[in-house]
Ligand binder design. Structure first.
Ligand code: ADP
Length: 399
């Protein structure tokens, strides 16, 4: 048994719009994302009637409560007792006018800090920060192979190149790639008085399970063991003072990435996606996972966006712009697009990530320019999230 979009559509068709029609017949349902015990819906009350006034906030809250109750009972019928639920009310241009987040106990709360600057960011009660670390950012993806680790490493290097102190944690504990990507193979893991000392390479501190276990052995860890290993990596590492700690999460939206995203107090998350429709569907699920945990999605990166041939011609192999459109649809900031680039792959395999920032070793200007733009956008979104303005997600362009 599993909760599906169809179950949620049925539930929404039992919710009445002030016009007397139900939400589904009136065309108010703009998007439904569902992943295991997490769901998010986007509702436009004025869809098809742009001149009609938005309902008052009180009225939206009441409609939200009915939506919540209908979806929760649909979830219960599927054996899901505690559902993480996000209800976004948007205007006909897609701007969020009200965001309601239901915690696992089923209390739907207005989480729009624009109206209440004192509203705390919803966080899992078990989540902890890391002493001395200002911002913790998770990098997630709906599935493997889309370039999540590549983006995590390059974000870290890019932020460090701008003068920030940065750490990067290989949370992909089943398939750690940092020893290769950061060229850590010849280095030894140092432990001082029980504390793991992060590696210092390319201007960033890093830690990876790949240096603590036998690289040849499969890591067959069940959820709680994976969780334990991950929290030890975070808590037992002597990070020192950091402006940013970037966490490369395991791929997907299963139990492990979900628990890991929940176990540390995040400033927000970056979702990496390739342009194809199938990849977008996975990224929507990843985004729904973060949202239902109360984690702000700071933005979407479109990786493998296009390919630049020798003659300088650009080829949209996977359908350039797909992830950007998805980001717009979900009202997430779009941080930028990274082209398919052979130098990026060889620099990663060769443990030389800083080469991606120099046109001479990055196959031209396109890659360094793309990475720098993404880093600038991320900095801006972190700043906005820290100011408590994140849930309306305006996109800043920094030039
Ligand atoms: P994930 O963490 O999502 O599994 P990785 O970051 O490990 O994915 O990337 C998978 C492979 O694709 C790696 O070999 C990486 O170097 C390569 N890769 C990622 N992004 C690009 C890109 N834009 N151009 C060329 N190769 C890429």
């Amino acid at each position: 048994m599993a909760l599906t979009k169809e179950h949620i559509t049925d539930a929404l068709s039992a919710v009445t719009h002030p016009s007397g029609e139900d939400l589904v017949s009136r065309g108010c349902v703009m998007n439904i994302a569902v992943c295991d015990e997490h769901a998010s819906v986007r509702i436009c009350m004025t869809q098809g009637f742009p001149d009609q006034a938005q309902p008052e906030r009180d009225q939206l809250t009441k409609i939200g409560a009915v939506i919540d109750s209908m979806i929760r009972s649909a979830a219960k019928e599927q054996g899901i007792e505690s559902l993480g639920l996000v209800v976004d009310f948007v205007d006909h241009q897609g701007e969020v006018v009200m965001k309601l987040k239901g915690d696992q106990k089923g209390v739907l709360k207005d989480k729009n800090p624009k109206d209440d600057p004192n509203t705390p960011t919803p966080q899992n009660s078990a989540a902890t920060g890391v002493p001395g670390v200002k911002h913790i950012i998770a990098v997630g993806a709906g599935k493997g192979g889309v370039g999540k680790s590549t983006v995590a490493v390059n974000l870290a290097i890019g932020l460090a190149r701008k003068g920030h102190s940065v750490g990067v944690l290989d949370g992909d504990i089943y398939g750690p790639s940092f020893p290769t990507m950061l060229g850590l193979h010849s280095m030894e893991q140092v432990v001082l008085e029980g504390a793991l000392q992060p590696f210092m390479a390319h201007g960033v501190k890093s830690i990876t399970m790949g240096k603590l276990v036998d690289a040849e052995k499969p890591l067959i860890w069940r959820g709680p063991m994976a969780h334990g290993a991950f929290t030890q990596l975070i808590e037992r590492t002597q990070w020192g003072e950091l402006d940013y700690l970037i966490i490369d999460l395991p791929p997907g939206t299963g139990d492990v990435p979900l628990t890991l995203a929940q176990s540390v107090q995040l400033t927000g998350a970056v979702v990496v996606c390739t342009p194809q429709k199938v990849a977008q569907d996975d990224a929507v699920r990843a985004s729904a996972m973060f949202e239902s945990l109360g984690v702000e999605v700071l933005g979407v990166v479109e990786n493998m966006s296009f390919f630049i041939g020798d003659e300088g011609k650009e080829y949209d192999i996977f359908g350039r712009g797909g992830a950007q459109t998805m980001a717009q649809r979900l009202n997430h900031p779009f941080l930028g697009a990274i082209p398919i680039n052979m130098a990026l792959r060889t620099n990663s395999d060769g443990g030389k990530p800083t080469h991606n920032f120099d046109p001479a070793t990055a196959g031209g200007e396109a890659l360094p320019k793309a990475l720098a733009g993404i880093v600038d956008q991320l900095e801006a979104q972190v700043m906005l999230a820290s100011m408590g303005k994140g849930s309306s997600k305006p996109t800043l362009t920094v030039s």
